[in-house]
Design a protein. Structure first.
Length: 208
């Protein structure tokens, strides 16, 4: 069972529909006991970083997510959910994140040729092969964001070229993130979610 974390800032139902399509049973929940016994987590999100972290804090989910991550549970953060995986964000001043992947969330630079927010389809440039990035190089995915993950190269799995090279997919061990919305990215997004399913299945098989 995959738990889609419900904290009132995510596009949860569309994510759940996409998971159903690729054969992953899921439940939308904010209950710590359900998160602790899950096979994997999806952390969705839209909106402001600080508000999202406050919602997770109010639900007493921050330490729960950190604990299951440390124990090896596969976690996928989507859009703002990916940014929350980082050590923090400079949006409206510094806010501490979940600290599951090294890096900070920074504002996209203003550029007359690359408006902020970055909205629409952009082409992936894969930089590291794993179960989520296989067969997605040069494919187009859908973005809506104004901030980006400033990470070390070894954490970046795919980039897109905008005003700068934006990390589109990041990972560290069992923790994965997509800056774009796979649930809105047609067949390519579903392919990436199938890759996450393979990660979950592998961890489940090796831990049985």
């Amino acid at each position: 069972m995959i738990i889609i974390i419900d904290y009132d800032t995510g596009n949860t139902r569309n994510v759940q529909k996409a998971l159903e399509y690729v054969g992953l049973e899921s439940k939308i929940s904010a209950e710590p006991y359900e998160i602790l016994k899950a096979d994997g987590l999806i952390l969705p999100g839209v909106g402001a970083f600080s508000l999202a972290m406050e919602e997770l804090k109010q639900r007493e989910l921050i330490s729960v997510i950190q604990d299951v991550a440390q124990k090896g549970m596969p976690i996928l953060g989507v859009c703002l959910g990916m940014q929350l995986l980082l050590e923090g964000s400079m949006e409206n001043g510094f806010t501490e994140g979940l600290g599951l992947i090294e890096g900070l969330c920074e504002k996209l630079p203003d550029d007359p040729n690359s408006p902020v927010p970055h909205m629409g389809w952009n082409q992936l440039i894969t930089t590291k092969e794993n179960l989520l990035t296989k067969e997605v190089d040069e494919q187009y995915v859908y973005f809506v964001h104004s901030y980006y993950a400033d990470c070390e190269p070894d954490k970046i799995d795919a980039l897109v070229q905008y005003s700068i090279k934006i990390p589109a997919m990041i990972s560290s061990g069992n923790i994965y993130g997509t800056q774009f919305h796979p649930e809105k990215s047609s067949d390519v997004g579903l392919r990436i979610l199938r890759g996450f399913k393979e990660v979950v299945d592998h961890v489940r098989f090796t831990s049985d």
